[in-house]
Design a protein around this ligand. Structure first.
Ligand SMILES: [Fe+2]
Ligand SMILES: [Fe+2]
Length: 373
């Protein structure tokens, strides 16, 4: 077994060749499982004693509690059921909490390739959860039929509601990609195929709020007291973590500008399949576990306040995945990662991460270089 330092070193040949690799989500998972290697992800990662909650927000007027589930990535059952069991387990656990939680948010990537069979399967599994549910889409739900099936099944996004002194907002950060498909005369399946690559070169910077929705956000907050808490749900993070993997939302600056005047803002997001924590001003950003598989930490851009998740046992498909539980009580809120193991955070660098850093030598896409930010 190589030591961690060796795993962190980059492979010169790959760099010389430009390592212009498009790693599909499946391939990437396979590689990280095969190697089971410790990832470094840069020196920004912090390692703390094990604990599973963190203080994330203040000033809720009453106690409230909700669950987050996302990134189930379901395939049609005829193809495989490897992720069905884990989604089912998450939904059963949410339901088992009974009146202890007020609602559940599903944070996108219910399906793997936007197949109506996959979305329908997800809708069936979700029936297990009887409490109030809210939905925002992921890119995997969207690009086969441009959100038609998703919207028909779960309703449109954006949305907002107030609950116990908190304004909750759901944004669609996945359905506003610039049209990269028409000029290339892509079929719907080809379009969806490009969206399923972690570092896809073709789709460009697809994640965005968009001008129309930014205006909606501005209006949606116009009557809200600046001192009261706001929680914004998005599939992709509302900041720039690592653009080459689309671990960002391209117009995050505009979104943050609208949110900045509010004293207590929390963005809870999926897509990254790993615990991430970031703060700027009065805003905090919390990345969620997937129920399907964990991604490795990005080779750069991981926020310094992130506590790295523990290295995953490659022999256990239920490791490194799970769901989230947020509790607000008076002036304090806690976030709990419901990973299906006792230890969530790594206590030493060698115990951290979920992938092989040699897979992470990726060339920034031309589209990212061209992007004005
Ligand atoms: Fe995902
Ligand atoms: Fe996603």
């Amino acid at each position: 077994m190589k030591n961690t330092r060796e795993h962190r070193s980059r492979e010169p040949e790959a760099q010389e060749k430009g390592s212009d690799v498009s790693i599909t989500r499946r391939t990437f998972l396979h590689k990280s499982l095969v190697t089971g290697a410790a990832v470094a992800g840069g020196s920004a990662l912090n390692f703390f004693e094990t604990f599973t909650t963190m203080s994330v927000a203040h000033a809720a007027t009453e106690s409230l509690s909700f669950a987050w589930v996302s990134d189930t990535h379901l395939y049609p059952k005829t193809l495989n059921t490897r992720f069905v069991e884990k989604a089912t387990r998450a939904f059963s656990e949410v339901q088992a909490m009974g009146p202890k939680i007020d609602f559940m948010i599903f944070g996108g990537d219910l399906a793997q390739l936007g197949d109506p069979v996959e979305i329908q399967l997800g809708a069936e599994l979700l029936k297990e959860v009887k409490i109030k549910k809210y939905f925002i889409p992921g890119e995997h739900d969207w690009y086969l039929d441009m959100g038609e099936m998703w919207n028909k099944t779960f309703g449109p996004t954006p949305w907002k509601f107030d609950h116990k002194g908190v304004r909750f907002i759901g944004l669609d950060t996945v359905g506003n990609a610039p049209d990269y498909w028409s000029a290339k005369k892509m079929s719907a399946k080809e379009r969806m195929g490009h969206m399923s690559a972690l570092d896809g070169q073709v789709a460009g910077p697809w994640s965005g709020v968009g001008h129309k929705q930014l205006q909606w956000l501005q209006t949606a907050l116009s009557d809200w007291d600046k001192s009261k808490p706001v929680i914004v749900f998005t599939h992709t993070p509302l900041y720039e973590c690592y653009a080459p993997w689309n671990f960002w939302t391209r117009d995050w600056r505009e979104a943050q500008e609208i949110l900045k005047p509010f004293k207590n803002v929390t963005n809870i997001h999926g897509h990254v399949h790993q615990p991430l924590y970031h703060e700027t001003g009065n805003m905090r950003f919390i990345g969620q576990l997937a129920t399907s598989w964990p991604w490795p930490y990005a080779p750069e851009g991981v926020p310094p306040l992130t506590k790295a998740m523990v290295r995953v046992d490659p022999g256990d498909p239920f490791d490194g995945v799970g769901w989230g539980h947020v509790t607000f009580a008076k002036d304090r809120a806690e976030y709990e990662y419901k990973m299906w193991r006792k230890q969530v955070y790594a206590v030493a660098e060698a115990d951290a991460g979920t992938g092989d850093n040699r897979n992470q030598i990726l060339t920034p896409r031309i589209a990212d270089r061209a992007w004005p930010y």
